[in-house]
Write a protein that binds this ligand. Sequence first.
Ligand SMILES: Nc1ncnc2c1ncn2[C@@H]1O[C@H](COP(=O)(O)OP(=O)(O)OP(=O)(O)O)[C@@H](O)[C@H]1O
Ligand SMILES: [Mg+2]
Length: 444
Amino acid sequence: MIGKRLGDQLVTAKLGRGGMGAVYRTLDVRTNTPMAIKVLADSLSTDPQLLKRFELEQEIVARLEHPRIVRGQGGVRCVDGTYFFLMEYVAGSNLSVVLRALGRLTPAEAVRVGLQTCEALAFAHAQGVVHRDLKPSNLLIDAAADVHVTDFGLAKVAELTRLTLTGQVLGTPEYMSPEQAEGRPTEERTDLYSFGVTLFEMVAGRLPFHADNPLAVLRKHVEEAPPPPSRFAPDVPPSLEAAILRCLEKDPTRRFEGAAALGEALRTALPPRPTGSPPEDPRVRILELVAAQSMKDTLPYVTAPDTHLPSNEPSAKPPPSPRRPSGLRVGLALLFALAVAAAVVRTVLAPASRGRAPDPVSDAPASAPESAAGQQPEEGEPPEDSPPVEPRTAEVTLANGQKFTAKVLTLDGEGLTVRKEDGSEATWPIEEVRSFKYLRERSR
Ligand SMILES: Nc1ncnc2c1ncn2[C@@H]1O[C@H](COP(=O)(O)OP(=O)(O)OP(=O)(O)O)[C@@H](O)[C@H]1O
Ligand SMILES: [Mg+2]
């Protein structure tokens, strides 16, 4: 898929895979902007009725314009048999990755994420759109540590799939409400339950219900009272705990009446700071983590080899054209600036994070042994792990059928620039490149 053109979209990296298909970063070659596409799994795209439902749902969701909601761009598209929909690309991470790295969030961090998510939910609910699959991986976190909720409405179609196709359970049982577990109608407060599970996980560093199979988890959602989060995180303030447990009520009418009411409860959930103690900035650790991950994982257009291909010598020399500005260098500069910005924020706000009482879970060295946030550079120092960026070898096929291998220097809206084996560099406009595939390096 990497290197493929889907209409205006040039696929540049795989971002991950979920229940409905895979998500890729693309470059919109018309506007020269990074975008994201979700490519529908075959099981979804081969049923015309389901596709129609997807189409309708995506058109509704694409009308949700809110800074805390990932913007969709129209309905389902099909190019060369590939069904996908286009959305805004959020450079950064998602809450699931953040939680894996940090173990758990401090109450102030969780409240900030919670308030932003409530804004998105209140807006979508007011437009009659229920998410139905809220969970940490659907809360994208950008480079300013702000939340963007994604995958609105998809679960509605997934429910249909579940009814019409194989009968397998779609969705994530750990975050499902009792009404979803029992196949009863869903409504706005269904999202509050799933978000309650997410809030629980943020502050406690674990889920409220564990079991060794999905059905047993679903049964617990229906039958078992959740433990208080403070059992796992003694620093959770009582009013935050009460708000989380209210979200987790089995009966939807006993939950908050809406996302705005939950937001109000979260706004007052933190106890007042003792006078003289510096405020904790709830962005700092997340900013650092996202910046460090951006440096490591999401270098523009430098992707893992997609397929194993035999090395191929050029069949003919393609015509060189003048060098163009390097998108890769610009991307790296941006990422470096991001990391520096995070370091600056940390420096400016350092007394806040240093002044925080040691957190028994997230401050323990064992809680995030491999997390980027655990390897913070000294203040003022550039990040230690600036990536070694070595051009990778790719097999390139031009629109005129010529095929050759070369080191890819940049690939952006302006074109593909490579270094050939004789050391010379050449660039082709994107329109003249049919595809390229990275080759597995022999000694890496
Ligand atoms: N618009 C986007 N911008 C940047 N990254 C995205 C975007 N949408 C999804 N991702 C990333 O792509 C990956 C896969 O997302 P996907 O939604 O397919 O999986 P999921 O959320 O784990 O499962 P589910 O299918 O249940 O939603 C996630 O890591 C997510 O962070
Ligand atoms: Mg998702």
